[in-house]
Design a protein around this ligand. Structure first.
Ligand code: LLP
Length: 418
């Protein structure tokens, strides 16, 4: 089911015509569907319903907009955060600190301390030294920090190299073979309540097999830790579940994900934690843009749109595919290259792509842009920071303003000694 669909020949977000949003808010603009976030979040929970104790921590990084966080908070999700800023957002968006998990390979001391102050639910430790620092900070506050050790299971997630995190050569976690000894030393620290382990092997994972392999390795580690006398009550299996970006692509649905997890974790007797990001947000948003020019090109024309790599960085960073379609398709198709106005050849969304015929002034969308879209936007080329809109049935709200270059210029100074 998609919440972006054609009605009377015009693309809508739920019941709101995208042309109306473009006219009233301007372009480029991200448009989200509340119902899509809710459907994805509810489906994942339903897929995991057979498991006894589950804590779902939405990976804020995928889409940290406060309204989005609030939707997930209302559905009982906690949050996976990787910075003090994300923690602030999670709390501001309505999440209970106790439901927040603090991941991240480089947490600064001030961030760890702020998280202790806020009383977050769990610290995912990335190196032994981090545990020692956290223990001391917790003792100084007279508390024990609930913590798990992130383990690198050395599994190839089969995803893009830049978003793969679970291979031995990646920077994340401690090597699984070193984990028992490190865990024993962390468990002895007076300021830590060591309660389990965590892993996350990558993002946009298409195939459940590598996930199952890594879960099996984690299962053996849990057994080893218990044999060594540790009480393991929590295992955080991370996120990574992929979504379809191209028409016809098939990705595991929540029932399949849930069945695999039930099989892989049978008998673990722990609270299972998950950190889904893209699975919740990916297809819940699109990037609405206007065609500035259609320019002759070698082989095919260039469709120059008013969105650019600073608004949606994924194609430039990962050669990611975002399907493009016209808001008012005529039924005819053309082959084109699609690019933004930024002064780099990398600012190209598609080459030799079959798309709806568009002309100057037409509106188009890049689909599946709800995750890792607006959150990775920048103001490169002194472009505005892209705004965000949330649709709910036949109403919508601007949930993030367009930040104009003038506001950024106001935050800069020319020193008086120049
Ligand atoms: N947990 C941890 C520790 C993570 O590092 C990540 C993502 C997640 C959870 C959420 O993963 P998800 O369920 O969304 O796959 N910017 C890239 C994706 C980077 C993902 C980084 N870590 C992209 O646009 O594809």
């Amino acid at each position: 089911m998609t919440h972006f669909h054609l009605k009377d020949g015009e693309l809508h977000a739920e019941n709101v015509p995208l042309a109306r949003i473009a006219a009233e808010v301007g372009t480029p603009v991200y448009v989200y569907s509340r119902a899509a976030f809710e459907a994805n979040a509810t489906a994942l929970r339903a897929g995991l319903a057979a498991l006894d104790n589950v804590h779902l921590a939405y990976a804020i990084k995928a889409n940290p907009n406060l309204a989005v966080v609030n939707i997930l908070a209302k559905l009982g999700y906690g949050a996976d955060v990787v910075s003090a800023g994300e923690m602030q957002r999670a709390i501001a968006g309505g999440m209970a600190p106790s439901g927040i998990v603090f991941s991240g390979v480089g947490k600064k001391i001030a961030e760890l301390d702020a998280a202790l102050e806020a009383g977050i639910g769990q610290f995912n430790l990335e190196i032994e030294e981090e545990g020692a620092v956290l223990s001391a900070l917790a003792l100084a506050r007279g508390v024990k920090a609930p913590a798990v050790l992130r383990v690198n299971p050395d599994v190839d997630a089969g995803t893009h190299a830049k978003i793969s995190t679970g291979k031995a050569e990646n920077k994340f976690g401690v090597a699984i073979n070193d984990a028992p000894a490190i865990y024993a030393r962390l468990a002895a620290l007076p300021g830590l309540d060591m309660r389990g382990v965590a892993c996350h092997i990558g993002s946009q994972i298409a195939d459940l097999a590598p996930l199952e392999t890594s879960y099996a390795r984690i299962g053996r580690l849990v057994a080893d830790l218990r044999a060594a006398g540790h009480a393991v009550t929590h295992v955080d299996l991370g996120g990574g579940f992929g979504v379809a970006y191209r028409p016809g692509e098939v990705y595991p649905v929540s029932a399949e994900i849930g069945a695999m997890i039930a099989r892989a974790t049978a008998g673990w007797d722990v609270t299972l934690m998950f950190e889904p990001g893209r699975f919740i947000a990916g297809n819940a948003g699109l990037l609405l843009t206007e065609v500035i020019w259609v320019k002759p090109g070698v082989g095919h024309p260039w469709v120059i749109v008013d969105a650019a790599m600073n608004d949606l960085a994924r194609p430039a960073l990962y050669d990611a595919h975002h399907e493009f379609s016209a808001v008012r398709p005529t039924g005819t198709r053309m082959i084109a290259h699609i690019a933004g106005p930024v002064c780099e050849s990398g600012d190209t969304f598609a080459k030799n792509r079959e798309i709806d015929v568009v002309r100057r002034g037409d509106l188009g969308v890049f689909h599946t842009a709800g995750a890792y879209g607006a959150t990775m936007a920048s103001t490169y080329n002194s472009r505005a920071l892209v705004p965000e809109v949330l649709v709910d049935g036949d109403r919508y709200a601007v949930v993030a303003d367009r930040i104009a270059p003038s506001a950024l210029i106001d935050a800069e100074r020319v020193p008086e000694w120049l």
